[in-house]
Design a binder for this molecule. Structure first.
Ligand SMILES: [Zn+2]
Length: 174
């Protein structure tokens, strides 16, 4: 029995593109993926409607791309950023504690990056039209990345606890 020919849609053409070596998005390779990331960042700074998800977008991308989390400090910043966004509703004091606490010389051994880094990638954000959908897409991406890093959830919570205590102990205005 002859099989019906699959229609060549834009989407199937895209999925045949070379995947990014880091996140796996069929996007045309790592450099292209990085280029799109920087385009999104540029839009965040040129269009205020998009800026609300800027920090979370950067956390998602970094946790899927090893070059951005080489150092323990960067890893800890993005991991705790995700945790704060998803488990503490973007608590502003906690976000500030991350910023202040990780400003110094943070040391530790970064755990290995998981092979599975989440089923959603930057592609799902690029395809989201309009600011409202963009924010939803970044949130869904964050959920996906956070799940992929499930082995480090406890570490993230511990780090956040320590950062909060350190911030309170320094009596800084948070
Ligand atoms: Zn990528």
């Amino acid at each position: 029995m002859a099989r019906p020919k699959a229609a060549m849609t834009a989407r199937s053409a895209e999925t045949s593109a070379q995947p990014c070596e880091d996140c796996g998005a069929p996007i045309g390779g790592r450099e292209r993926c990085d280029k799109l990331f920087h385009q999104l960042i540029a839009r965040d700074f040129s269009d205020a409607l998009y800026f609300g998800s800027h920090r979370l977008l950067v956390d998602c991308y970094a946790m899927q791309h090893e070059r951005y989390i080489h150092s323990y400090k960067s890893f800890a910043a993005h991991l705790t950023g995700l945790c704060c966004a998803l488990e503490f509703a973007d608590d502003a004091k906690l976000m500030r504690a991350i910023h202040l606490g990780l400003d110094g010389n943070v040391k530790g051994d970064r755990p290995p990056v998981p092979r599975d880094r989440g089923e959603l990638t930057i592609l799902s954000v690029i395809h989201a039209g309009g600011a409202a959908r963009h924010h939803e897409a970044v949130r869904a991406w964050a959920d996906s990345v956070w799940r992929a890093w499930s082995q480090q959830h406890e570490l993230a919570r511990t780090l956040l606890r320590e950062l909060r205590i350190a911030a309170e102990n320094t009596n800084r205005e948070l």
